[in-house]
Design a protein around this ligand. Structure first.
Ligand code: ADP
Ligand code: MG
Length: 329
């Protein structure tokens, strides 16, 4: 049956790809988590992830500075290594650029990319460069590593009774994007949200530290939105969840901008993506001992029936899930 991708959805297509290429070597983890995991010698695993940013889909050239775009391209990829508690070791950068792109643009792009990479000590080791008819397309591949014992934290380990935590406030990035698109006047609060949208900081040391805690059972980074990303943990772990909407951390800047603009901060926190905070589940005993700053927002419950469900406690109206590239909202 021929279907449009708008019906199948991003994750439907990924599932078809996964089924078509299901024959993978023993011990290797492929499609379905933030990174692929490839066991190496001497008790270490290599982590690999790749992400693409397309002009018109992920950014508008007139809105984002090339510096910020460079920063963000490196940051969102390194975040996928952080998402599993790994240590990033290298990136590869592929660029498709229209011939009209200026060297001023590329210099600034590389400056942003280098600054974020240097901050996390991650060298750029290769890539590919090609002309594009009109739109900028950026693809980054990132490599990382972690020990095999107490190894990468996957999405499928959440257990009944685990508390659900995030490492920082949610919704700022989505608020920043909304402010850009709506042309909201840039006071310091609005600027703070826009900065979080354009210059996310991957939670690398937090991820590595969380991996070392035995009671942390599942982890990922929040790229598509809390609703959508928690759903991935629940699907992979065959669990349901209960979220106390009133305990989702919201920054003061977001609350103030939402009050003045009449926006719902909870909606932005749940449905808006690109916060790049870590979302993890752990036993209540472990949670009390964690030194990584975090907020408890709910708990993992037994799978009731059918598909994974999130029970949003304290929500004043139904909350929409996060981003899907093909499905229309
Ligand atoms: P993230 O948001 O963490 O970058 P995605 O939601 O993009 O992850 O992808 C989910 C999973 O599907 C990942 O394991 C990713 O490697 C895999 N995936 C996505 N697109 C493709 C593709 N075109 N071919 C193979 N695997 C893919
Ligand atoms: Mg991810």
């Amino acid at each position: 049956m021929i279907q449009h991708l708008s019906q199948l959805g991003e994750f439907g297509l990924i599932e078809q790809i996964r089924k078509r290429f299901s024959n993978i070597p023993d011990g290797v983890t492929g499609i379905g988590d933030d990174c692929a995991i490839l066991p190496q010698q001497f008790g270490r695993d290599t982590l690999v992830s790749t992400d693409m940013l397309i002009e018109g889909t992920h950014f508008l050239r007139r809105d984002i500075s090339p510096y910020d775009l460079g920063w963000k391209s490196a940051a969102v990829n390194i975040s996928d290594i952080a998402a599993m508690g790994g240590h990033p070791t290298a990136t590869f950068l592929s660029l498709a650029l229209p011939a009209t792109t200026t060297t001023e643009w590329t210099d600034e792009f590389l400056r942003g990319y280098a600054e974020l990479s240097e901050r996390f000590g991650v060298p750029l080791l290769g890539g590919d460069t090609t002309a594009s008819p009109d739109r900028i397309c950026i693809n980054v591949t990132v490599l990382g590593e972690c020990p095999s014992v107490r190894g990468a934290l996957r999405r499928d380990g959440a257990k009944k009774g685990d508390v659900i935590c995030v490492t920082g406030s949610l919704g700022d990035s989505a608020g920043g994007l909304k402010a850009i698109l709506d042309g909201v006047k840039r006071d310091p609060d609005v600027q703070r949200l826009i900065d979080r949208h354009y210059r996310p900081v991957p939670r690398v040391s937090e991820g590595e530290e969380l991996r070392l805690n035995l009671g942390v059972n599942a982890m990922m980074d929040i790229s598509d939105g809390l609703g959508s990303d928690l759903q991935h943990i629940l699907d992979a772990s065959e669990m349901d969840a209960e979220i106390d909407v009133t305990s989702i951390p919201l920054s003061l800047a977001l609350k103030r901008v939402c009050t003045s603009q009449g926006w719902d901060p909870v909606e932005l926190a749940v449905s808006g993506g690109e916060d790049y905070e870590l979302l993890f589940t752990c036993t209540p005993q472990t949670e009390m001992l964690l030194s990584v700053p975090h907020f408890v927002i709910g708990k993992i419950t037994d799978r009731a029936r059918g598909d994974a469900k999130i029970n949003w406690r304290g929500a004043s109206r139904p909350l929409s899930p996060g981003f899907d590239h093909f499905k229309k909202k």
